[in-house]
Design a protein around this ligand. Structure first.
Ligand code: PLP
Length: 427
């Protein structure tokens, strides 16, 4: 297999290796990295655990990269917890992606990124420093994934007083190589400080800076793995391709599923469940891309008004008619989310997080064809959203042990929302 390189969606920059695309995060000029060509995956074997399938499916994406030989070790390291398909009545399955350390699917991408970065040959004079701005969930998954990785420092910036107490504990409980900073500002200030740090010559001299946000191709590729693994299981059981309903915000998940279908995995329909942030559903309907300010909803991890990965989807399907054939999309408001959380409990005896409930509602509206080969994706454990779920069901979702362990309130330093304050605070 010849080397696979990654180019910008905006076409301007020189293609780079996987490792370089991962370290850069964003392509120069602001585009997102996408493969320069598509590998072809023809095996229909569903044998092996998730790590084995992941390393098989991703092999061609690592072709010629410095990390190629490490891929099996990376997937074993990252995918240390399962992604089971459970039953959702007679019609469908649920894909449970919340069995990781912070009980949301972002653990898969964050852990894969950490396992990859930890294996890169490094310039010991400048430590690798991961800077993350978080509005809540991403920071916890990234901190958990990089905690105790030798030679890598992590700084998490979050808006003081604007994350929930449970989220704050998940951001600050680590210690060691993970530092957390409560910024006296909003999430946008945190994000601006990270961007300023990347553009600052003095910072770049001190550290090799990298980001871990969700547009990093090192977080996207691993998300293809469980779509691949489950589509093969369904293919072998039904002799037909699988279809997915995906709770969507920044559209990383949707992109990973579309990429898996593009390389030949047996995937048929992809249905996007959005909350009231309806930029993507409106685009599919009107053909006009109109990003807008995000609105707050119960499914807060999907509160994105200008989804970054739409750029990758439009690159894959430049023609709007093709894009319409590739995806269906539904807008699920908070009233419908609440109702569906109740149905999940009454009819299925399950606790659904608001994002999962949005997907279950979109599935019901889609009136799907092909019983048994549909998969509704569950992106987080309901226990992460007690303030939403408890008032609806009158009881709390049982807390999984991994989440219960993230209790300790660790040290956090309060800083002003400026690059100078961040620079002074970094050790
Ligand atoms: C991030 C997130 C989503 C949205 O995923 P995208 O890849 O951004 O579309 C959905 N559900 C949960 C729980 C999340 O944390």
């Amino acid at each position: 297999m010849v080397e696979l390189r990654y180019e910008s969606t905006r076409g301007s920059a020189e293609p780079v290796s996987f490792s370089q695309a991962m370290l850069n995060g964003l392509a120069p000029g602001g585009g997102l990295y996408v493969p320069t060509r598509w590998p072809s995956y023809t095996s229909r074997s569903a044998a092996g655990d998730l790590a084995a399938v992941a390393s098989d499916v991703l092999r061609d994406f690592f072709a010629g990269d410095a990390l190629e030989a490490e891929l099996p070790a990376i997937t074993r390291d990252a995918f240390s917890f399962p992604a089971p398909l459970t039953s959702l009545g007679a019609d469908a399955h649920m894909l449970e992606l919340f069995r990781g350390p912070t009980a949301a699917f972002k653990d898969f991408g964050a852990r894969f990124l950490a396992a990859s970065m930890a294996r890169l040959p490094r310039d010991s004079a400048r430590p690798l420093h991961i800077l993350v701005a978080t509005s809540g969930d991403t920071g916890g998954a990234v901190a958990a994934a990089f905690h105790n990785r030798p030679g890598i420092q992590v700084s998490v910036l979050y808006p003081k007083g604007l994350v929930s107490p449970a989220q704050e504990r998940q951001l600050t409980c680590w210690g060691g190589n993970v530092s957390s900073f409560a910024v006296r500002g909003a999430f946008d200030d945190c994000q601006r400080m990270v961007k300023q740090a990347f553009a600052d010559a003095a910072m770049r001299e001190r550290y090799e800076l990298s980001s871990a946000n969700s547009i990093n191709v090192g977080r996207l590729l691993p998300q293809m793995s469980y779509f691949a693994a489950t589509s093969l299981v369904i293919w072998n059981a039904h002799g037909a391709p699988a279809s997915y309903v995906i709770p969507s915000g920044n559209l990383g998940h949707a992109t990973a599923c579309a990429w898996a279908r593009r390389i030949g995995l047996p995937i048929d329909e992809i249905v996007l469940a959005h909350n009231a942030n309806r930029t993507m559903p409106d685009y599919i309907e009107s053909g006009e891309w109109r990003p807008r300010a995000s609105v707050h909803t119960l499914a807060s991890a999907m509160d994105v008004g200008d989804p970054s990965n739409a750029e990758r989807l439009r690159h894959l399907y430049p023609d709007i008619a093709e894009l319409r054939r590739a995806f269906s999309a539904y807008v699920i408001d908070d009233v419908a989310i609440r109702t569906r959380i109740r149905i999940g409990h009454d009819e299925h005896g399950q606790f659904w997080c608001p994002h999962t409930a949005a997907a279950a509602e979109a599935f019901a509206r889609h009136k799907p064809r092909g019983a048994g080969r549909w998969v509704v994706v569950s992106t987080a454990h309901a226990a992460k959203f007690p303030e939403v779920v408890e008032p609806i069901l009158g009881q709390a979702a049982p807390v999984p042990p991994a989440l219960a362990a993230l209790r300790g309130q660790g040290p956090t330093e309060e800083i002003e929302p400026t690059l100078a304050a961040l620079s002074a605070a970094l050790h």
